[in-house]
Design a protein around this ligand. Structure first.
Ligand code: CA
Length: 418
């Protein structure tokens, strides 16, 4: 893999007066944002910043240090998202100063809470939600499974990042139970469809990009402006009912097989924390049209290492660096027709699948449609998810000087439908 050298100083890890666990992925070079409540004030949502095993009450820290901030003293990240790149950089510098400069310790330390004692919520109001399909390995695997005998990739696949509009109102925070959806299913051998609970409930391990600054209606966002509009990155599980999906998706694409729930991780890692994770994406073996051509500019491949666990057992390690289309290309394509983006818009990468067995981001690929079930330590096996199953996706990325940037986790347990 070719590593692209970022045009940023190779800084040493940022110092802090906190005594952090040595291997924490939540060091001062990460500082992801979330929204939390505490049991004594369950109605009051507050912006928090993860540091070590703790969370900084950001609004309280702003007041305690004498710089009250309406952007940090808010029940959601949306005002901060809307504020734009210059403000994001200034706020991040402020957070680093609070947590790094011993002069702030007396004021800031009382604003730290144990992360284990707070409840995390959806950190922003999701505007539009778009889901892409950017892994060549995933697209080819699904092509082989859904359209045997034809080309695994559709003719458009290497010319544009394929995507569809999802349902933003059913984006839920990690930990929200996933009710097994019902719908129409029709196996090829069935004469007519039937209605009932999905028998092929699956996951899709994905990476989500959170839009901050809006764009103008009628004005596309070029590749070079990606950083001006995208605030940060989270993890996504695009739960998928394969039997419902297979029957409904022709000709307009995913609908009820996907829209019942999409889980996101509670921490949004700032794009600024991922400079050391940037890599060149795979070679473009079809020349991209100019608005998608990232070969001469700053590429936005990201070397995130994902892990998927089923009931605690690691079952896959998808590599995000293998994704063919980058988030910058997806944003450029999503706005190429003049469609605008708004603060809180979320676009997901598509299932992250690598080239090898054990790196697939969905059970349908990992088990090859049930032909090679996943074996669990309790002796049971899975082709798709059972009621009671819990799926957790985690990820880390390289930080400065050998540190790791953690994304936390997105988790969800399947419960039987009513
Ligand atoms: Ca998906």
């Amino acid at each position: 893999m070719t590593f692209w050298s970022p045009a940023v100083p190779t800084s040493t890890p940022t110092s802090t007066w906190l005594d952090l666990p040595e291997d924490t992925g939540f060091g001062p070079d990460n500082l992801p944002y979330g929204v939390f409540t505490t049991s004594d004030r369950p109605e009051q949502r507050r912006i928090g910043v993860a540091i070590g095993d703790q969370v900084l009450d950001a609004g309280a820290a702003a007041r305690a240090t004498g710089v009250p901030s309406a952007l940090l003293d808010a029940p959601s990240l949306n005002p901060l998202l809307a504020a734009g790149r210059e403000t994001w950089t200034a706020v991040r510098a402020q957070l680093r100063s609070w947590l790094g400069d011993p002069a702030h310790r007396a004021a800031v330390e009382p604003c730290l809470l144990s992360r284990a004692e707070v409840r995390l919520h959806l950190p922003f109001t999701v505007g539009d939600y778009v889901d892409f399909y950017a892994s060549e390995h995933h697209a080819a695997n699904l092509g082989r499974l859904f359209r045997p005998g034809s080309d695994p990739l559709t003719p458009n696949w290497k010319h544009l990042p394929i995507g569809y509009h999802g349902r933003s109102g059913t984006v839920v925070v990690s930990g929200t139970p996933i009710v097994r959806p019902q719908g129409q299913r029709k196996a090829p051998t069935d004469a007519v469809p039937s209605f009932g609970p999905t028998q092929r409930l699956d996951i899709e391990a994905e990476v989500g990009f959170v839009v901050g600054a809006p764009s103008e209606l009628g004005t596309p966002v070029p590749l070079a402006d990606f950083r001006e509009h995208v605030f940060g990155v989270c993890l996504v599980n695009d739960w998928s009912a394969r039997d419902i999906q297979a029957w409904e998706y022709v000709p307009l694409g995913p609908f009820l097989g996907k829209s019942f729930a999409t889980s996101v991780s509670p921490w949004v890692v700032p794009l600024d924390a991922l400079e050391h994770a940037r890599v060149s994406p795979p070679p473009r073996d079809v020349e991209p049209l100019p608005y998608l051509d990232d070969r001469a500019g700053e590429p936005w491949g990201l070397d995130l290492a994902l892990e998927v666990r089923l009931n605690g057992e690691p079952i896959s390690h998808p590599p995000f660096a293998a994704m063919y289309w980058t988030a910058a290309q997806q944003l450029a394509h999503m706005t190429a027709n003049g469609a605008s983006v708004r603060p809180g818009d979320l676009f997901a990468s598509g299932t992250v699948s690598g080239p090898d067995h054990g790196t697939e981001g969905a059970l349908i690929e990992l088990t090859w449609n049930g032909a090679r079930p996943v074996k669990l330590p309790d002796g049971s096996s899975r082709s798709f998810l059972d009621d009671g199953d819990e799926v957790t996706i985690t990820a880390t990325a390289p930080g400065p000087h050998g540190t790791r940037i953690a994304f936390g986790e997105v988790t969800g347990r399947v419960v039987a439908g009513g």
